[in-house]
Design a protein around this ligand. Structure first.
Ligand code: NAG
Ligand code: NAG
Ligand code: NAG
Ligand code: NAG
Ligand code: NAG
Ligand code: NAG
Ligand code: NAG
Ligand code: NAG
Ligand code: NAG
Ligand code: NAG
Ligand code: NAG
Ligand code: NAG
Length: 350
């Protein structure tokens, strides 16, 4: 086959010792020219946000000076090459890449960012990823990974963001994950993970998303220890026990979803006065008993309170009616009695 004009252009670039090639955010289509694999001085290659098709040339493995490879938001298919070297950032998200993640990627010892969300990758996540000791961001969400979360992930002690949501992962969360004390954002939602939630040490956690799995047992009591957790969702699992202790220090909490579990006990022991900025609290479809404490009136920013489908009893405290930010109040399907607070009628936003 004769080389295309484009291939000739790249052969010319080779002479030029090209180090940076940025063609992102255009409407380039067709395959990535194989010739790029010969640009051996390349340090940065940005081809993201185009409409490139075909596979990632295996010859990229020869680019041993390449530090940043950005191919995200294209239409690339086929496997991820196994012999990439020396990369610091690998951005492949939002393509149609398939097959498994090569275990050899565990050799990319300088890698800080691995972003492979929104592809069709499958098989199990290789344990060798746990060898990437410089990794700060690991996004493997929205793929078809199966098997369990490798215990070796507990070695990734620089990890800040870990997203494994929307896969078919099963088995327990490895205890070693509780060693990832730099984690800020952890998303394991929409998998088939089970067992207890062994996370009590993650003092920098701001976002914790574990919804739609099969987690059981009580929540760890130290969940909010540091008081910086902002968003938590453990909805639609099989969690048991009380939630009061886990919410003790949640002074930064903004959104909390506990719905669709088997939580029991009362909410009255929660020190609502600490949750000054809580906006959304959903504890619907659980086994919560006892009354609604007047202290809930301390949640002055609350706009959604959903305690429906529980076993709450007693009267709705007047304080609930005074919550001026309330937009959604759902207490249906409980055993509440008494009158409906007059204060509710004073406002028209409910
Ligand atoms: C991308 O390329 C495919 C196949 O060539 C084509 O069907 C599609 O319309 C293109 N999409 C855009 C956004 O250009
Ligand atoms: C990577 O693999 C490709 C194809 O298998 C090969 O051409 C290339 O030489 C390999 N590079 C390295 C550095 O092993
Ligand atoms: C990807 O390719 C498929 C088929 O070639 C096409 O239908 C689709 O529009 C393309 N997507 C984008 C984002 O270009
Ligand atoms: C992964 O997907 C490929 C098709 O892309 C399929 O042939 C293979 O069996 C799948 N592997 C697993 C473990 O599901
Ligand atoms: C991690 O790296 C060490 C040393 O390079 C190697 O012996 C080990 O097999 C690697 N672990 C995995 C799971 O690949
Ligand atoms: C980590 O995740 C958060 C929330 O999605 C995001 O705002 C932040 O930019 C991410 N950090 C990095 C380094 O990607
Ligand atoms: C957590 O890390 C410590 C030291 O870094 C290590 O001794 C311990 O075994 C690790 N725990 C787990 C569960 O991996
Ligand atoms: C709550 O915070 C206080 C002081 O900041 C700390 O002593 C206590 O252990 C924390 N309690 C929980 C359950 O995290
Ligand atoms: C918490 O969730 C809300 C609503 O989804 C979102 O707007 C906000 O950015 C989240 N906070 C963080 C820190 O991710
Ligand atoms: C929830 O409460 C109902 C009624 O009291 C009881 O039958 C059921 O066993 C409870 N479920 C759990 C998981 O505690
Ligand atoms: C919380 O509410 C109770 C009863 O409404 C009130 O006595 C108490 O002072 C409030 N605490 C805080 C910290 O706002
Ligand atoms: C309250 O939560 C239940 C269960 O998750 C849901 O079905 C219902 O729509 C929610 N109510 C409101 C007002 O959003």
């Amino acid at each position: 086959m004769e080389p295309s004009i484009r291939q000739l252009v790249f052969l010319a670039f080779m002479e030029a010792n090209l180090t940076h090639l940025a063609l992102a955010r255009n409407q380039f289509s067709g395959p990535i020219p194989l010739g790029i694999g010969k640009l051996q001085y390349l340090v940065e290659l940005y081809l993201d946000n185009n409409n490139l098709t075909g596979s990632i040339p295996a010859s990229f493995g020869d680019l041993n000076r390449l530090a940043e490879l950005r191919l995200f938001q294209n239409n690339l298919s086929g496997p991820i090459p196994s012999n990439l070297t020396n990369l610091i950032e690998l951005h492949l998200f939002d393509n149609q890449l398939s097959g498994s993640v090569p275990k050899e990627l565990g050799n990319l010892k300088f890698l800080t960012i691995m972003a492979m969300s929104k592809n069709q990758l499958n098989g199990s996540i290789p344990a060798s990823i746990g060898n990437l000791s410089n990794l700060e961001v690991l996004y493997l969400d929205n793929n078809q990974f199966s098997g369990s979360i490798p215990a070796t992930f507990g070695n990734l002690n620089r990890l800040v963001n870990l997203s494994l949501d929307q896969n078919h992962l099963s088995g327990p969360i490895p205890h070693s994950l509780d060693n990832l004390t730099n984690l800020i954002h952890l998303d394991l939602s929409n998998n088939q993970l089970s067992g207890s939630i062994p996370l009590g040490n993650l003092n920098k956690l701001v976002v914790l998303r574990l919804f739609r799995n099969q987690f059981s047992d009580p929540l760890p009591e130290l969940l909010c220890q540091s008081g910086i957790l902002q968003n938590i969702s453990v909805a639609e699992n099989m969690l048991t026990g009380p939630i009061a202790k886990s919410l003790q220090n949640c002074s930064s909490l903004v959104r909390a979803h506990f719905n669709g579990n088997h939580f029991q006990g009362s909410l009255s022991e929660i020190n609502w006065g600490k949750c000054k900025i809580l906006k959304t609290l959903v504890v619907a479809k659980n086994n919560i008993t006892g009354g609604i404490a007047p202290e809930i009136g301390n949640l002055t920013q609350l706009h959604t309170l959903n305690l429906s489908s529980n076993y709450l009893s007693g009267e709705i405290p007047r304080e609930v009616g005074k919550l001026a930010s309330m937009l959604k109040l759902d207490l249906h399907d409980n055993q509440l009695t008494g009158g409906i607070p007059q204060e509710l009628g004073v406002r028209n936003s409910v």
